[in-house]
Design a protein around this ligand. Structure first.
Ligand SMILES: C[S@@+](CC[C@H](N)C(=O)[O-])C[C@H]1O[C@@H](n2cnc3c(N)ncnc32)[C@H](O)[C@@H]1O
Length: 193
């Protein structure tokens, strides 16, 4: 049986980024409040957030995409140890090209931060009528609010892209967005109007 604290420890020791406590608590609360049953996740890492979500209710099923083979192996091992292989399906692929004809109640986006708009456009047709997107890391360690914290050119570019995405989801009249910059690393819920 996998212990969630051991996964957190493993992630820390191996520098695998996983959701912060505030963010995952909020995500789980959102899933329960909205009775979400079908979930798509972009960015599995070692399966931490997938396992947390699947453990909320035995009716929840998850498709999750991870691009790195070593993490796919680790995630599948953890998911099997948690007895959840029948409900969490790890797809080894770039989330931006993952094809599914399923409709999801919740699409949780936690993969490449510069690609959030791309993932959103790609999965628009996979959202159930009352479905929602959840995006993590929209504050990017406080750098989106305070770009001076970004020290190198690549990070500065990334922070600019995240800021542009936040402006898009907060201002597009076709979207209903709730943005929580101080929750975890900055989380937003986006629904289509
Ligand atoms: C922040 S981690 C995910 C953490 C995980 N959701 C959790 O909280 O346990 C982001 C993951 O996305 C993966 N990733 C990056 N780009 C990706 C892509 N284009 N498609 C799928 N996965 C990607 C990374 O390899 C990394 O493991």
């Amino acid at each position: 049986m996998i212990k969630i604290d051991e996964m957190k420890e493993y992630a820390k020791e191996n520098h695998v980024p996983i959701m912060q406590d505030g963010g995952i608590e909020f995500l789980c609360k959102t899933i329960l409040e909205n009775k979400c049953q079908s979930i798509l996740e972009c960015g599995t890492a070692i399966g931490y957030s997938s396992i947390k979500m699947a453990n909320l209710d035995s009716t929840i099923t998850i498709d999750t995409c991870e691009i790195k083979s070593n993490l796919v192996i680790e995630a599948r091992k953890n998911i099997a140890n948690a007895g959840l292989s029948n409900r969490i399906h790890v797809h080894e692929c770039d989330a931006a090209i993952f094809q599914s004809d399923k409709k999801y109640d919740l699409i949780f986006v936690d993969a490449a931060k510069a690609q959030y708009k791309k993932y959103m456009d790609h999965f628009l047709g996979n959202l159930n009528q009352n479905g929602m997107f959840v995006f993590d890391n929209l504050s990017f360690h406080g750098m989106v609010e305070n770009p001076d914290l970004a020290t190198n050119r690549n990070t500065k570019q990334l922070v600019k892209k995240i800021k542009k995405f936040v402006e898009y989801i907060c201002n597009d009249p076709n979207l209903e967005t709730h943005f929580y910059p101080n929750l975890g690393d900055g989380v937003a819920i986006v629904k289509l109007k």
